[in-house]
Design a protein around this ligand. Structure first.
Ligand code: ZN
Length: 225
């Protein structure tokens, strides 16, 4: 004799529970993995010099835990203060060259490797540091927080890439700039202090400019492949 309906039904709740438990534990595992990834990202960003606001925006980790993480890594409290919010810094001479170098890497990585934006920011920022370390004056002008801000400016259509009519390199510019005659800051460096600058200084700058030029020019980005 087949079991009656109520006997079947009696088993249903326990089966439901079983499925619910399985789903719960899978969700927990997923959230654990997600949490680990977020912490890993936070550590990388902190090591690269990210400000607390970047971490708060890009991870779900609480402010308290982020501060603890920051202190453990740097042995000091995170600096306070506002994030840079102006697009103007990115179009001044030297920052523009550095920012353009970073953004060329970022754009190529997004297009060619399909990495998500945050891992792509980390990777392209590391590539930027690597390029700068090859220069004689190997001081990075672009901080990670600024690099991240630049990406956000592009995402909000506040910046564009303009192509230099002399070297064909791509450079960061204000959105809606008229750029059909655009000449970049490496091809056309500012003449300020030109008379007083010593020859050695000029040569040093030129060498740095040449390296930068090669790096910013679009073909150098193809080495990503
Ligand atoms: Zn140029």
């Amino acid at each position: 004799m087949p079991p009656s309906c109520w006997q079947h039904r009696r088993h249903l709740p326990s089966l439901h529970l079983l499925f619910r438990d399985a789903a719960n534990s899978m969700a927990k595992e997923k959230s654990l993995l997600d949490e680990m990834r977020q912490i890993q990202l936070a550590i990388e960003l902190i090591e690269l010099g990210a400000r607390l606001q970047v971490l708060e925006t890009e991870t779900n980790i609480s402010r308290g835990r982020l501060i603890r993480l920051y202190k453990e890594i740097h042995g000091a409290s995170p600096p306070k203060g506002m994030l840079p919010f102006s697009t103007d810094w990115f179009v001044t001479w030297l920052p523009n060259i550095h920012s353009s170098l970073f953004y060329n890497f970022y754009r190529a990585i997004r297009e060619q490797s399909g990495l998500e934006r945050m891992p792509a920011i980390v990777k392209s920022y590391k590539m930027y540091l690597e390029q700068i370390s090859l220069l004689e004056d190997s001081t990075p002008v672009l901080g990670l927080t600024r690099a991240w801000t630049l990406v956000r400016f592009f995402e909000n259509d506040m910046m564009q890439m303009s192509t230099c009519t002399r070297c064909n390199g791509h450079f960061v510019a204000h959105a809606h700039s008229l750029d059909h005659n655009y000449v970049c800051g490496i091809c056309n460096p500012p003449s300020r202090a030109g008379k007083t600058r010593r020859a050695a200084e000029r040569a040093r700058r030129k060498a740095a400019g040449d390296t930068m030029h090669k790096a910013v020019a679009s073909e150098s980005v193809s080495r990503l492949n």
